[in-house]
Design a protein around this ligand. Structure first.
Ligand SMILES: *Cc1c(COP(=O)(O)O)cnc(C)c1O
Length: 495
């Protein structure tokens, strides 16, 4: 299957789309069509392990990878012992209409592991398939969780390196410690003086700079991306929507063909977009709920049809969603524009030049027929953590945004349908805020909070959090947002 750039007709194979990350024209690669999964195939997923489910779904997109390559990749990512539970992405029942899909059982405790445990396997295979001799140098901008997940995924993977830019004061203590203590000879972590959008914009500029590419080439390196602009990030995320549906079938919560809604805490629009892809592949998805925190640029967009990135940026207790420029929305816009690259390019140019763009009424209506939106403030999010905990489930600050949006909508009369809240992080990644939600106050020390949370919930502190206390800090680089390119090159030359 061919992949196309959202901004022009430029084409790539699946392995090229994954290897390059971004199209040369700055567009994102999208599949030429949505491969179909039949009802029989969906039913058959019930009896499969997560690894087999992943192989079945992914093969449909990764046409130039052999079944053996796909199998090896999914085994390497989700095989024995990689995740802390055999289901990999278990579905828990909150009540008859509400379920939680837990995507935080991987090594870094956030849903980014679902894709970033797999991506290095795909990238290294793609490099081999395309005769790439240079070192594949992954550059990542992170709002907190992608960075650590990418570092863990690419750490010591031969033929690759991984450099992460994070907003210096925009991540939780646990997130920061997770990144700066990362081992591996091929990892580099840099704090940017700015917010996530600054870091992401800087990385995108590096990617679209031919002079930078040349300097990399001279060093025997080629750039690639582990951000969700890379189709290799998106594809593995499609799998868990199918997996959740199969689990609901197996639990007897739904019948084959019944529609299920998903409610997704959203930032860069990658997670929820994978749900939209799953729907297009034949998964009976009803509504997709796009839940935002106070940075509710997407809520406004889906209500008014106008995207306005020039607005106040808020630091919230769900930092991984503190984003004003949602990269993956571009893939949805491409569909809204009937796959017109020229139209998408125009919108993206307007966004860059004026900080806004608008879609027409027909396009808006179409989006509204699929997506529902809502947002929650920090106070509402904390109240939701407390409310749900009283009913026996502990959720993190991001998941609670989604839970609150769904709860609010139902209070306002939204019909009850089986809905899966997509849980994106372990509460132990955001211990202070979660504890403050439960008790009104929390210790300054993230580890003391973790112990208190364990005592309250009976859920053991994950070993990945415990060990952070004693790991040495290995990364101390910082840079201004204008100097990201120079800083990376200097870091490469120093190795
Ligand atoms: C990345 C992240 C999100 C946002 O996901 P997108 O795919 O960027 O919309 C939400 N919650 C957590 C915990 C995350 O790490």
């Amino acid at each position: 299957m061919a992949f196309y750039s959202t901004r022009s007709g430029s084409r790539a194979t699946a392995s090229q789309a994954i290897l390059w990350g971004l199209a040369a024209d700055g567009g994102l690669f999208v599949p030429g069509r949505f491969p179909q999964v039949s009802p029989e195939e969906i039913a058959s997923l019930q009896k499969m392990s997560y690894t087999r489910r992943a192989a079945l779904i992914l093969q449909k997109y990764l046409e130039d990878f052999t079944p053996e390559q796909v199998r090896a990749a999914v085994e390497g990512a989700y095989g024995d012992g990689k995740f802390d539970c055999p289901e990999v992405a278990p579905v828990k029942k909150l009540d008859d209409h509400t379920f939680v899909l837990e995507l935080f059982h991987g090594p870094t405790l956030a849903f980014k592991d679902m894709a970033l445990q797999l991506l290095p396997h795909l990238v290294t295979q793609a490099a081999r398939m395309n005769g790439e001799q240079r070192q594949v140098s992954i550059l990542v901008a992170t709002s907190g969780d992608t960075g650590k997940a990418a570092l863990e995924g690419f750490k010591d993977v031969p033929g690759t390196s991984c450099t992460v830019f994070y907003p210096q004061d925009g991540v939780s203590d646990v997130q920061k410690l997770q990144m700066v203590t990362t081992g591996g000879d091929n990892t580099c972590v840099i704090g940017v003086e700015g917010n996530f959008d600054d870091a992401q914009t800087g990385v995108k500029e590096i990617f679209s700079d031919p002079a930078f590419a040349k300097q990399m080439d001279q060093r025997g390196r080629v750039l690639s991306s582990a951000n969700s602009i890379n189709f290799g990030r998106l594809a593995p995320q499609i799998v868990y929507y199918f997996s959740a549906y199969a689990d609901l079938l197996a639990q007897g919560a739904i019948e084959l063909g019944d529609k299920v809604d998903f409610c997704v805490p959203t930032g860069n629009f990658g997670n929820i977009l994978a749900g939209y892809y799953a729907k297009n592949m034949g998964l009976p998805v009803g509504r997709l709920w796009c839940a935002s925190n106070r940075n509710n640029v997407l809520t406004d967009f889906f209500q008014k049809g106008e995207y306005t990135a020039k607005r106040e940026f808020f630091k919230t207790i769900s930092p991984s969603m503190d984003i004003l420029i949602s990269s993956n929305l571009e893939r949805l816009l491409y569909e809204a524009a009937d796959r017109s690259g020229a139209q998408v390019k125009e919108w993206m140019t307007q966004l860059k030049q004026t900080g806004r763009y608008a879609i027409d009424d027909e396009q808006l209506e179409w989006l509204q027929s699929i997506f529902k939106v809502g947002s929650a403030t920090d106070e509402e999010t904390k109240a939701e953590i407390k409310r749900v905990f009283a009913e026996g489930y502990l959720m993190d600050t991001h998941t609670a945004v989604a839970s609150r949006v769904l709860h609010d909508a139902r209070e306002k009369g939204e019909k009850l349908r089986p809905t899966v809240i997509v849980s994106t992080a372990s509460p132990y990644k955001f211990t202070q805020d979660v504890l403050e939600a439960l008790e009104g106050a929390a210790d300054e020390d993230a580890f003391a909070c973790a112990e208190r949370l364990e005592a309250l919930s009976g859920m053991p502190v994950p070993p990945q959090v415990k060990e952070l206390r004693s790991l040495p800090i290995r990364h101390t680089l910082k840079c201004e947002k204008q100097r990201m390119a120079q800083t990376v090159l200097a870091a490469f030359d120093a190795k």
